[in-house]
Design a protein around this ligand. Structure first.
Ligand SMILES: [Fe+2]
Length: 258
C-alpha cells in the first residue's frame, strides 16, 4: 500500500497514516480512534507514534483511546493535550518509525500549530494551515503569522505532498473559480482537481478526500492564499493592498465572507 494513507475521521477531517517495512505505524491528528483502529487492525500494523499538529478537538479526539489501547507515544506541541505527551517545537528533527521528521513552526490558525515534514516520504502534514486551494482560518493567530507560515511551507520542494487535516476542496474550488488571474499551470491544476472529483461523483464514489493530497507545486500556482504576493493575480482581482501580508489578509477576508 501507498503511504501516506488518508483516514477519514468525523465529518471532513483526515488523519494520515504511515507505516514502515516492519509494520510499525504512525498516525497524524487522529480526530477519532475508531476509524484509525479499523485501518491499523485490517493491515496488521503496530501503532508506535501519535503525532499532533495542534490542540483543536477534531485533531486530538482519538489520541487518549489510541494511546491507551496501543501504548503509542504521543508527540504534540507544548500545551496541547495533557502533561503526558512529549513536546515538539519548530526546528526539532527526530526519527519516527524509521523516517526522519522535521518540525516547522506554523502559527496563524492556532497559536502553537506545527507542521511535520518527512523528506524521505516527500510528505508534509500541515493540519489546518494549508489546505488544497485554501488555508486555515485565523483563530488565535494573526495574518502576519499565517502568511509567514504559508511562506515557509511554500519553500518546501514542489513535489512535496500536502497532507492536510480537512478536505474543503469543493468550497475552495468555488472560491478560486470566482477569482481571476491564474496562470496556465494554476488553471491546469484546477481542471485536474475538478475532473478527478467529477469522475468520482460519476462513478458514485464519495468525493471527500478524492484528489488529496496535492503537491506544494500545485498549491504554489493555484492556491489564492499563496498568490498574495503575485502582482498579476492581485491586479486581476482588484486587490490594491501591498503585496504580501496585507493582500493575504484581504484574500482571507474575502474567503471568510464568500
Ligand atoms: Fe484546527
Amino acid at each position: 500500500m501507498t503511504y501516506p494513507f488518508a483516514i477519514h475521521c468525523l465529518t471532513d477531517n483526515f488523519s494520515w497514516l504511515v507505516a514502515d517495512a516492519k509494520q510499525n505505524a504512525l498516525v497524524v491528528d487522529p480526530g477519532e480512534s475508531k476509524a484509525v483502529k479499523q485501518v491499523i487492525t485490517e493491515r496488521g500494523l503496530h501503532l508506535t507514534h501519535i503525532l499532533v499538529t495542534h490542540y483543536h478537538f477534531d485533531h486530538i479526539g482519538g489520541v487518549a483511546e489510541l494511546s491507551a489501547d496501543t501504548g503509542a507515544e504521543v508527540w504534540a506541541p507544548q500545551d496541547t493535550i495533557s502533561p503526558t505527551h512529549k513536546t515538539l517545537a519548530g526546528g526539532d528533527k527526530l526519527d519516527v518509525c524509521g523516517y526522519q521528521m522535521e518540525v516547522i513552526d506554523t502559527p496563524g490558525h492556532a497559536f502553537n500549530h506545527i507542521s511535520l515534514f518527512f523528506p524521505a516520504l516527500e510528505a508534509l502534514f500541515c493540519g489546518d494551515v494549508l489546505f488544497t486551494l485554501g488555508c486555515g482560518r485565523l483563530f488565535d493567530g494573526t495574518a502576519q503569522e499565517m502568511w509567514s507560515s504559508l511562506k515557509k511551507l511554500r519553500n518546501l520542494p514542489p513535489q512535496t505532498l500536502v497532507c492536510s487535516g480537512h478536505d474543503y476542496t469543493t468550497a475552495n474550488l468555488k472560491f478560486i473559480n470566482s477569482l481571476k488571474g491564474l496562470g496556465r499551470e494554476g488553471i491546469d491544476t484546477i481542471t485536474k482537481l475538478e475532473t478527478t472529483r467529477k469522475d468520482a461523483r460519476d462513478n458514485k464514489q464519495p468525493v471527500l478526500g478524492v484528489g488529496l493530497p496535492t503537491r506544494i507545486g500545485d498549491e504554489i500556482c493555484a492556491n489564492p492564499f499563496l498568490l498574495a504576493d503575485d502582482s498579476d493575480f492581485l491586479k486581476a482581482n482588484g486587490i490594491s493592498k501591498t503585496a504580501g501580508v496585507e493582500s493575504f489578509a484581504e484574500i482571507r477576508r474575502r474567503k471568510d465572507i464568500f
